[in-house]
Every structure is written in C-alpha cells, then in structure tokens.
Design a protein around this ligand. Structure first.
Ligand code: BDR
Ligand code: CA
Length: 312
C-alpha cells in the first residue's frame, strides 16, 4: 500500500523538486498539498503548487492555502536572490487552471489526518506555522498522525540564514518550538544531512537524456538556484534540501538518527537555532516520542533514489 503523504511547502525550487519526486514515487500517494510563506509569498507558493500538480498530470490533488506570516512578529522578506522573483528560478510558468480548495491549510491538515488515523505522513518543507495552527485546532493530531518529517534545523553545521539558524525554523521559531515540543513521532532532516546531497550540473543534465519535458523543467528551474549556490558557497551544484526530506520519509534506511529533545531559540542573535538535548528517560520508556534527528546520510544512495524516480 502506498504511503499517504500530505506535503506542506513554500515552492521554491527545491520544494518543486521535492513535489515532483513525491509525485513520481510509486510508494507514495500524495493526498494533498498545503502552502505557506517562506521562499515566496503564500499566494505565489499556491500558484506554483497548482502548476506543478497540473504539469505532473495530477490536477485532482487538493491544494489548501496556508499562513502568510509567522505566529509572532513580521515575516522575513522572500529570498528572491535564492529562488527568483516567482520562486521557480524566474522561469515563466503558465497560470494554473485549477484553484485552491476552500479549507485553509490548518483545517485541511486536521481534516485529512483525523480522517485517516495512523495513516498520514506529514512532510513539512517550509516554516512550521500551518502545523502549529493545526495542533491548536486539534491537539489529538499528535496521536493520530503516522509521522511528521520536517526539513529543518542545523545541529553540527552552520545555519543558512544566520551562523546558527536554518531558514525554515528561523522563519517561524515560535511555531517550530510548539511543534518540536509535542513528544510526537517527528524526524528532523536538517542541514547536517541536506547539504551532503548535492545535485551537480552533470547529474541534472542526465534528466534531459533522452529529451523529456520533466527533465527540461527540472533543468530550467534549477539554473538560477544553481547560480546562487556558486555565488554563495562556491559550490558547483545545489543542495537538495527538500527532496532529501521526501527521500527520508520514503526510504528511512538511507539515514542514521540520534534520538533527542530539540529546543528552539526564540529571540536574539541566535533566533531560530535548534538545540539538541538528551531525551528524558521517560520518553525512551515509551511515554511519548523522542525526536529523531538525521545525523548521517548515504548521499549517493539518495541521489540514486531521486534519479530513479525522476529520470525518463
Ligand atoms: C529550506 O529553506 C528553504 O529555502 C528551502 O526550500 C528549504 O526548505 C532550507 O533551509
Ligand atoms: Ca522549502
């Protein structure tokens, strides 16, 4: 039986790759998408998600629009220097014909998880605002969801928006703190592992042979994002942050984990920092769940996993 995925996302170039990966994975059934701010304003994130579903031949998958700002404070301006003005690396995409559903993202998360007890894997690829709001609406979410896989955090490596903070956590530290303190089955796929999964230009070229519209889209939307990596990190290639989280949800054996509690720094120069703490012994005895932090990854196997699902 395919695993039911509900994906919360701010597409975003690596989000787009992650969605295409999930949609191209036979072991997954994408039951819905919720959108959020982060790489781009939420309205644009919704249009990009609708477009990617139409492009992939799945206009029937519901898209629910979500938060446009963090729970507290002002939102950080969209990083257009990373994902382009439209979140798709400045590649002009046609306006989608479909529309978001009436439910807002938090309501849709609650309805979907509560309607399929123990079956839904939530994959969170942006700030955690929608999930924090969903938990407020329905606290039983935490015992009804199958698992939550979050692209977020930086533990033994530097952050990517500040020395200490990763972007998704930084963009709404209060929401992250609420989500990470629930004692539910969470896996954090942070920069420690996502920066080890690098899509090089050669690797991306392989999706274009034989010529195919999916490979062409992947190539075109990654040009600007690849340039950013070269300018910012001197890297020839791009970090596959969000696709790595999808790979972790679908093929967890490709990763190593440490069990912990995770605290989030809410303010000050280290706002958005994720701090790993030992799990209380009670958690290990089964009273709730420790958070699993990805500590290592078989990067070549993740690259192969992605290639096998996206190459034609
Ligand atoms: C995360 O932030 C966003 O820019 C990416 O889409 C990814 O989800 C990486 O820190
Ligand atoms: Ca993202």
């Amino acid at each position: 039986m395919p695993r039911k995925l509900l994906i919360d996302t701010d597409p975003g170039v690596d989000d787009a790759l992650a969605l295409l990966l999930a949609l191209g994975s036979p072991e997954a059934e994408v039951v819905g998408i919720t959108t959020t701010f982060g790489n781009i304003e939420t309205d644009a994130a919704t249009l990009n998600a609708l477009y990617l579903l139409e492009f992939s031949g799945h206009p029937e998958i519901p898209v629910a629009q979500g938060a446009s700002a963090p729970l507290h404070g002002a939102r950080r301006p969209a990083p257009t220097h990373v994902h382009g003005e439209n979140g798709m690396g400045n590649v002009l995409i046609p306006a989608p014909r479909s529309h978001p559903i009436r439910d807002a993202a938090p309501e849709f998360i609650v309805r979907t998880v509560m309607g399929h007890p123990g079956e839904i894997t939530l994959i969170m690829l942006g700030p955690l605002t929608n999930l924090a709001l969903a938990l407020e609406l329905e606290p039983r979410l935490s015992t009804t969801v199958a698992q939550v896989v979050i692209m977020g955090g930086a533990f033994r490596v530097r952050g990517n928006v500040s020395d200490t903070a990763e972007a998704n956590i930084f963009n709404d530290p209060v929401a992250a703190s609420r989500v990470l303190s629930q004692g539910w089955p969470l896996t954090l796929v942070g920069l420690d592992v996502t920066t080890r999964v690098v899509l090089t230009p050669d690797y991306l070229q392989r999706f274009r042979q034989p010529p195919h519209r999916l490979g062409e889209l992947i190539w075109r939307i990654t040009r600007f994002y690849e340039d950013f990596h070269l300018r910012r990190y001197g890297l020839l290639g791009l970090y596959a942050h969000d696709p790595t989280a999808v790979a972790c949800a679908l093929e967890p054996g490709l990763f190593e984990y440490e069990e912990a509690r995770v605290a989030v720094t809410l303010e000050g120069p280290e706002a958005g920092r994720t701090v790993q703490q030992p799990p209380p012994s009670g958690l290990l005895r089964g009273a709730g769940h420790a958070t699993k932090i990805c500590s290592d990854v078989r990067a070549w196997q993740v690259l192969d996993f992605i290639h096998r699902r996206l190459a034609r």
